[in-house]
Write a protein that binds this ligand. Structure first.
Ligand code: SF4
Length: 362
């Protein structure tokens, strides 16, 4: 059963230097895009009451509140629905939040990346740290009580001390959620061709990450997923549905979906999507083994891990027996632990999670 929907808004005012997401500074195509997006939703959405909707990007806050409402009214909106909007601090003001608060949007995810204005300038962000303080206050005044901030570590000239001081500052703003991502310079971004000086190596990134876990735990944040921390139980319910391997719609350019056991991705090319928003670049019915591997892959990202009774019943397997070799190997090295029939990665396991996870694949 489909529980969630992701809606991609691929527009940004300019491109950040580290960004290889599908996003373009072509706002003049916004109207045509919204029409195509609505056509896709009307044709693929089954009308069921979902648990979460997520506007990601790009910069979804470049849509006016009226444009967002036009999209939202295509969905069945029931009490308890979590609706997240990603936003960039320089794109919105108090009036926007006041109007937004009258829509079903009830969770905000703000791209902060750093509170150091020199670092922000160097990575091509358009906002300053003062914009973040302003929007958090404006959002609070408008009644938003579920705010998440995104940060990147390993940025040019960023020290461990400055990163941790950013996180302390974020915690002091009283936000409910913080996400942390290590800088990755991938093909297609500006930094890929103009490699910046003074970026953290892998070891330094690991050190920054471990210090961040301690700093956030000390401030009452629960480290519930590899990159995510929640205060007062305010997890991202949307992302939790992904990690619990639930089905979800993917609407919009380059969005991925998982419906009726089929994983799919929408066109990555804007012209292709505008021409036919129902076209898929990729679509594949997963077999039982693939579903099981995804369940393991996603489940081990969560602190709540993999419950043996649950996975055994769901896939009709004996998990501990089937994966005896890899489980004992990493339990011996202290990378995986098992408590009360739940297998999860330890802190040292998280640091080498990609290697461990790949060993569960057949
Ligand atoms: S990082 Fe975010 S704001 Fe910057 S260009 Fe990429 S999608 Fe847009």
């Amino acid at each position: 059963m489909v529980k969630s929907a992701y809606i991609h808004i691929p527009f940004c005012k300019s491109k950040c230097h580290y960004c290889s997401f599908v996003s373009f500074p072509v706002l003049e195509r916004k109207g045509a895009y919204i029409n195509a997006l609505k056509n896709q939703i009307k044709s693929e959405y089954g009308g069921e009451a979902l648990e979460t909707l997520y506007f990601g990007g790009g910069t979804p806050s470049l849509l006016s509140v009226k444009e967002l409402e036009g999209i939202l009214k295509l969905f069945t909106i029931k009490d308890g629905l979590e609706v997240t909007l990603e936003l960039n601090p320089e794109t919105v003001g108090a009036e926007y939040f006041q109007s937004l608060a009258r829509t079903p949007v009830n969770r905000l995810s703000i791209g902060v990346q750093s509170f150091d204005d020199e670092i922000l300038r160097c990575i091509g962000r358009r906002h300053k740290s003062s914009d973040v303080f302003r929007v958090v206050e404006e959002a609070r005044c408008a009644g938003f009580n579920n705010i998440s901030l995104d940060f990147i570590y390993g940025l040019p000239n960023q020290t461990e001390e400055s990163f941790i001081s950013d996180l302390k500052c974020a915690a002091s703003l009283g936000v409910e959620h913080i996400s942390l991502y290590g800088l990755k310079i991938e093909e297609g971004c500006f930094f890929y061709s103009q490699m910046p000086q003074n970026i953290a190596d892998e070891e330094m990134q690991a050190q920054m990450y471990l210090s961040a876990i301690d700093a956030l735990k000390e401030r009452g944040f629960e480290h519930y997923e590899i990159s995510n921390f929640a205060h007062g139980g305010k997890f991202s319910r949307h992302n939790n549905n992904y990690w619990k391997n639930q089905e979800y719609y993917g609407f919009g350019l380059a969005a991925h979906g998982y419906v009726n056991g089929v994983r799919y991705s929408n066109p990555i090319n804007l012209d292709d999507y505008l021409e036919n928003p129902l076209r898929k670049d990729f679509s594949r019915q997963l077999d039982e083994q693939e579903k099981l591997e995804e369940e393991i892959f996603l489940g081990l990202r969560l602190k709540s891990g993999i419950n043996v009774d649950f996975i055994n019943a769901k896939f009709n397997i004996d998990f501990a027996k089937k994966y005896k070799e890899v489980l004992s190997k990493y339990m011996l090295t202290g990378h995986i632990e098992c408590k009360n029939s739940v297998y999860s990665l330890t802190q040292s396991g998280i640091l080498v999670s990609n290697t461990i996870l790949s060993e569960f694949l057949e």
